[in-house]
Design a protein around this ligand. Sequence first.
Ligand code: C5P
Length: 233
Amino acid sequence: MTTTAPVIAVDGPSGTGKGTLCARLAEGLGWHLLDSGALYRAVALAALAAGVDLDDESALARLAAGLQLDFTAAADAGIGVHLGGEDVTERLRTEDCGAAASRVAACPAVRTALLARQHACRRAPGLIADGRDMGTVVFPDAVLKIFLTASAEERARRRHKQLKEKGMNVSLAQLFQDIAGRDERDRERSVAPLRPAVDATVIDTTQLSVEDVLAVVRRLVRERDLKTGTTHV
Ligand code: C5P
């Protein structure tokens, strides 16, 4: 069933603050949240676990179509992900999984296989969609399209801080290289390349705090007079 529930599309490369912005928006509006990156990460994880070659497009598409994924509320108030009944929340967030996800995401058949699953997340009162192609491909009729950017140096620094807080010691230079490599692959791929929709509002978050970005987006939300599932934005 197709619905016309409103969608706010938030796209951009990793480390720009998309995840935090989307979680705060979904909470404030009382809307559903789609973390589309988790879908590509889950396909990558399932492929690695099954020993499927990351270049084998038809095997990857079959995996993507049959993915048994469940999203649950996690203990830390984030979103937990179960793949085939197994809690894979932490494994999905690793750098290796992100890099594999970006390879898997370059396969057109995988993207097509994940489309219906993403459309099914569009439910009343509305959806906050977090990804790379939410405003350009998956929800081109989104009522509001945001594209976040930030310098690769700043994004690597943010990721480094996050990992350090989790007790992981990863080199900043290595992270920078990984991020730059992933960006290039996401931008250069032939299907759904990472780029802002023509009608997206682009926000450079390099010098902005989470609260600064939220203030800008909340103003745009108010201008569109969107219906909330709760009483505050
Ligand atoms: O956002 P996240 O870092 O979890 O995404 C992992 C990878 O999945 C990205 O580097 C990108 O290659 C891919 N992706 C995508 N389209 C989306 C979301 C993620 O291609 N809508």
